[in-house]
Design a protein around this ligand. Structure first.
Ligand SMILES: Nc1ncnc2c1ncn2[C@@H]1O[C@H](COP(=O)(O)OP(=O)(O)OP(=O)(O)O)[C@@H](O)[C@H]1O
Ligand SMILES: [Mg+2]
Length: 366
């Protein structure tokens, strides 16, 4: 797919901007703080309805403004779509999502119109960070490939919040412990499909990422793989199993005021030569694993939509040695790519179709 137009209004450092990216590779060059990542973040927002680097939507609104908006035109094989997101500074005012000129009530309806894969310096956290970061990786990947998954995960988290709130009410003597049963059942209903999707995806991604890892590292098989870890990982009926686990841990949950079992406790373990990468991987190995996970994400999205996603490469090439740069670029060939850098001479083997200079909230052609 191809992003043909991007329009920003009061987004981060940009007051007003229209960008018409060509197909092929666009290089965004500029000093630190110039606003390069802001542009990629705006595209990510149009794809997924959220930022890749903050969970607080209001951070994206230009300081002093009460609202911001981003719109994108995307050309796909069969259709052209226009998607957009508007955010508001005022507490309680909900974000508005646009698809082809109409507002839609659910973020899930945005998913799949425009898909992207972002490579960013924060990706090191995929390997070194908390289990939450790897769950988010899986959830975002699955949400972009099938909107139904996004709804499932939203529902699950909403039920989980209500169950946890009820645990506190029971502890204060304001509710009856028996009322948990209803929530346990709902939580288990919501958890079943999530576990099945995550388990399948983890297997597929592991195979794809292992191949990418070996290629980027240029070492033959280095023994990289992923393992889905969940109290429900081996269950033939995750719904039923979770019901049993919730019943068995009820007293614990009431004491700790939190839900001990369920997909919110899942972990995607990354292993290299039999060791847990989170604690054992070197910086270079961690970086290679993160690239391999992003490349696997491209494979999955391409297969799900029969079209390549947009590639957003934030400052990643300068971190790689020349061999890894070249091998990565070979795999990214023929996809529309927007990449950022601070120095053009840090890029080897890139043949850009456009080079744009980013400075103080403006973008100029070189
Ligand atoms: N909500 C906001 N309103 C106004 N300006 C903002 C807002 N959020 C961030 N900025 C500004 O945007 C700039 C950062 O932009 P960005 O992260 O895109 O930089 P960058 O070009 O990617 O830099 P680097 O090379 O260091 O990664 C900073 O100058 C920051 O002050
Ligand atoms: Mg940046």
């Amino acid at each position: 797919m191809r992003l043909t137009q991007l329009r920003l209004h009061q987004f981060r450092s940009y007051e007003q901007l229209t960008l018409l990216p060509p197909s092929g590779t666009t290089v965004l060059v500029g000093e630190n703080g110039a606003g390069k990542t802001n542009l990629l973040e705006a595209i990510h927002l149009c794809c997924l309805g959220r930022s890749h680097r903050t969970s607080n939507d209001r951070d994206m609104i230009r300081l002093g403004s009460r609202t911001c908006a981003v719109h994108a035109h995307v050309a796909r094989a069969a259709v052209n779509d226009e998607v957009g997101v508007r955010l508001f500074a005022q507490q309680g005012e909900r974000k508005v999502i646009y698809v082809n000129g109409k507002t839609v009530s659910r973020i899930g309806e945005l998913m799949g119109h425009m898909t992207c894969v972002m490579f960013s310096p924060e990706d090191l956290g995929l390997v070194k960070g908390s289990p939450q970061e790897r769950r988010t990786y899986l959830d975002m990947l699955l949400s972009q490939s099938q909107a139904a998954y996004f709804y499932a995960i939203q529902t699950y988290h909403s039920i989980l919040r209500q169950r946890n709130a009820l645990l506190k009410e029971i502890a204060r003597g304001r509710a009856d412990a028996r009322s948990l049963e209803v929530w346990d059942e709902q939580l288990a209903n919501a958890a079943g499909p999530i576990v099945i999707h995550r388990r399948d995806a983890a297997n597929t991604i592991s195979g794809l990422a292992a191949e990418h890892y070996a290629y980027i590292a240029d070492r033959g098989r280095e023994g990289f793989f992923m393992r889905y870890q969940s109290s429900l990982a081996d269950s033939l009926d995750p719904r039923e199993t979770l019901m049993q686990q919730l019943a068995a841990s009820r007293e614990d949950d009431l004491r700790r005021l939190t839900t001990s079992y369920g997909p919110h406790r899942d972990e995607l373990r990354l292993m290299l030569e039999g060791q847990e990468m989170r604690s054992f991987a070197s910086q270079g190995q961690a970086r290679t694993a993160a690239l391999a996970m992003r490349l696997a994400q491209i494979d999955i999205l391409t297969k799900a939509h029969n079209e390549t996603p947009l590639l957003l490469l934030d400052d990643v090439l300068s971190e790689l040695d020349a061999g890894r740069q070249t091998r990565l670029l070979v795999r990214l060939d023929r996809m529309q790519t927007l990449l950022t850098c601070t120095e053009l001479n840090g890029l080897k083997n890139v043949n850009p179709h456009a080079v744009l200079t980013v400075k103080d909230g403006t973008v100029l052609s070189l």
